[in-house]
Structures are given as C-alpha cells and as structure tokens.
Ligand binder design. Structure first.
Ligand code: PLP
Length: 361
C-alpha cells in the first residue's frame, strides 16, 4: 500500500528485543505516569457527572476552566494571562502538535535538547520542520554557545522541557534568562513543556513565560492529577497563537469532551502528597545507586536517567530476565549507553528493584 512519505518517516519507540525473556515476578520501572489514583475530587465529580454534558461544546474550551487556568498560572509565574491566552486541548501531546502546526512552515527549524521526549522529533517530521538537536550529556544542561551556533535564519523556536523527561533536570533562572536573551535577539518562540512542573522536589521550577511574551506553554492534568487517561491539557500563549491554534483544534478535533473539562473546574489545586512520596523515593534511589552508577540527581519529574555499566541492550535485557523493566536510553537519544527508571510509590518494591539493578551490575 502506498502511504504518504511523511508517515513512512515516523518512528515509534520499539522495545522489541529488550524484554524478550522476562521473570514472572516483574517490577515495572518503565511507566510514564504517576502510580497514584486520579485526583480525589476529579473522580468524585466524574461519578456524579450529569447527562447534559455529552454534546459538542466550544472549541476553545470551558470558559470558567480557562479563566481558572489563567489565574492558576498567574499565581505561580507572575504572568498576566486571561482566558484568551488559554486553549483547552486533549493533553500536552496535542498541545505540542498544535504549537508545531501553528508555528512551523516546511524547513523551519526547532532547537531540541538531547536527551528528549521522542515526540518532539517525530511531530516535527509531520509538519516538515527540521529538529536541530543539541546533545547535553553528561550534565543535561545545554551549553549556550552550542545554542547560539545552531540558530540560523530558519530557526523559529527553542523547545524547553523542565522538569525534563527523561533527566529530571530543572533549569535555573540564570539559564532561562540567557535562553530568553537569545530568543529575543533572534525573534524566536520558546515552547515550554511543563507537564512535570508539579513534581518539583526542591522548589526550583520557573517558567520562561515569566520572562518572555513569546513563550508557548504546553501542559496537562495527566501527571499533576494522575489523570493520563482523561486526555485533557492546555496550550497557553500570546492571543494570536491561541486564536490560530484554535482554528486547527476546531478542524482536527472540534472540541475537548465537555464533561471531562467540567471535572477540572474548581479542582486545579493539587495535594503535595504524591510529590512528597516521590521525593522520598528519589532520595532512596540516590542512596542505593549513587555509589555504583553515574547519574545527575533529578530536581523534579519522576525519572532517573542513568549511565549503563555495559551495552544498553544487554543490560536492559538482563534486568528484565531478573525481574525489573527499565527504559532503554536510546528511546530518548541517539546514544546507547543510558537507561531510564521511573519512580514508583511502593517503597518496598522500589527497594527490591534497586537491589536487582545493583546485582546485575
Ligand atoms: N511531555 C512530556 C515531556 C511527557 O513526558 C509526556 C508524557 O509522558 C507528555 C508531554 C504528554 O503527556 P500528556 O499528553 O498525557 O499530557
């Protein structure tokens, strides 16, 4: 069958071969979602959901929710957004795609730091944009001189993901201000993926939106509310961007399910319980693996990106055989010498997994 050239260029992560022979008693440290129950009040509202909310609704989203999201961001970031700066989407994955479609023409360039969340690269292929990848090993903080060197007349945006998947790095104010300076100088957009910002263990998170008007924030309730399956998020940025992205959302999806949006009205504040549990478990990983493995201590998010002691495929397969599933680092970069583990809430299981990882070393 002859499909489009674009679709043939798209690569989805392929874990075949890594987990072929597995122990029966597995601890899964590959998961990309919090292992907590969905936000309590969201669940309560879902159970009491009224029949009136199953029809088409506004493509921009629920007005009250958009106002509340704008207020919520303003309180955290000292920005001055209104509902007109917010578009409700089906998760930050779609927010990202909307941002790409809104900004890029064919051959426009986007600067992406490696290791990266894989869709950053694949979505660029769909819109014909060119990812300009800057490796950040081993500190996972990009060098400003490298960014300057990569900027060309075709560059349209720099993508930041802080806290990062897979490294857990949170960018400092000094770094953000330098990136903003470059963006201003070359009139670039900053796309800021902030989906992990509520997992900020040492209160370090800052959004570039605080310093730069041409920032487009992509975010969702997937991680903050442990609501990955409800598929709801938002795009936040200059009104011109939101109006343009809304045209695409209307054509591509019409609107986000009205009853799902309603669940989050009055429910934006979250408890810090999940973050506190993960912080403790992060500290356990540092203690258990710190002596034997090389990694940067994550400031946030819920991942560790760790240097493999041997060839990635062999190491990951050996762990699966012994009962621990981890993500090969090559999913997030062109290198084959890292692996990613996800924090889980169960201390005993996590400890057991760490013992197994140490034993394979
Ligand atoms: N951005 C990053 C960095 C992620 O790790 C993920 C999911 O794992 C997403 C965006 C997409 O999340 P969602 O579409 O559920 O909001």
């Amino acid at each position: 069958m002859k499909l489009s050239k674009t679709i043939n260029r798209i690569i989805l992560p392929n874990l075949e071969g890594y987990f072929k022979s597995q122990s029966n008693d597995l601890i899964n440290l590959t998961i990309g979602e919090p292992d907590f129950d969905v936000h309590k009040k969201v669940k309560q509202k879902l159970l009491n959901c009224s029949n009136s909310r199953f029809k088409y609704s506004s493509s921009k989203g629920n007005t009250i929710l958009r106002e509340q999201i704008a207020d919520h961001i303003n309180n955290q970031n000292k920005t001055q957004y209104t509902k007109d700066n917010i578009l409700i989407t089906t998760g930050s994955s779609y927010s990202l795609f909307l941002a790409y479609q809104t900004l890029f023409d064919r051959d426009d360039e986007i600067i992406i730091f490696e290791p990266y969340f894989p869709p950053y690269i694949e979505l660029a292929k769909i819109v014909g944009a060119k990812p300009k990848v800057i490796p950040t090993f081993p500190t996972f903080i990009p060098e400003l001189s490298q960014i300057s060197k990569k900027i060309s007349t075709k560059t349209k945006a720099i993508l930041l993901n802080s806290p990062s998947n897979p490294t857990g790095r949170i960018y400092t104010k000094e770094f953000l201000l330098e990136v903003v300076k470059l963006a201003k100088k070359h009139d670039l957009f900053i796309i800021s993926d902030e989906v992990y910002k509520d997992f900020d263990y040492d209160n370090k998170f800052l959004s570039p939106a605080e310093f730069y008007y041409k920032t487009i924030v992509v975010n969702s309730f997937s991680k903050s509310h442990a609501a990955t399956g409800l598929r709801i998020g938002y795009l936040c940025g200059p009104v011109e961007v939101i109006e343009a992205a809304n045209k695409l959302l209307f054509l591509e999806q019409v609107c986000v399910a009205d009853f799902i949006q309603e669940l989050f009205v009055d429910n934006l504040d979250i408890s810090q319980k999940a973050s506190k549990i993960y912080k403790k478990n992060r500290d356990m990983v540092i203690k258990e693996l710190g002596g034997n493995f090389k990694f940067v201590i994550p400031d946030g998010g819920f991942y560790f990106f760790i240097k493999c002691p041997s060839e990635e495929k062999i190491f990951v397969a050996e762990l699966a055989k012994k009962g621990v599933l981890v993500m090969p680092g090559s999913i997030f970069s062109s290198r084959k010498d890292y692996f990613r583990i996800s924090l889980i809430s169960d201390k005993i299981k996590l400890k057991k997994a760490l013992e197994i990882i140490k034993s394979v070393l």
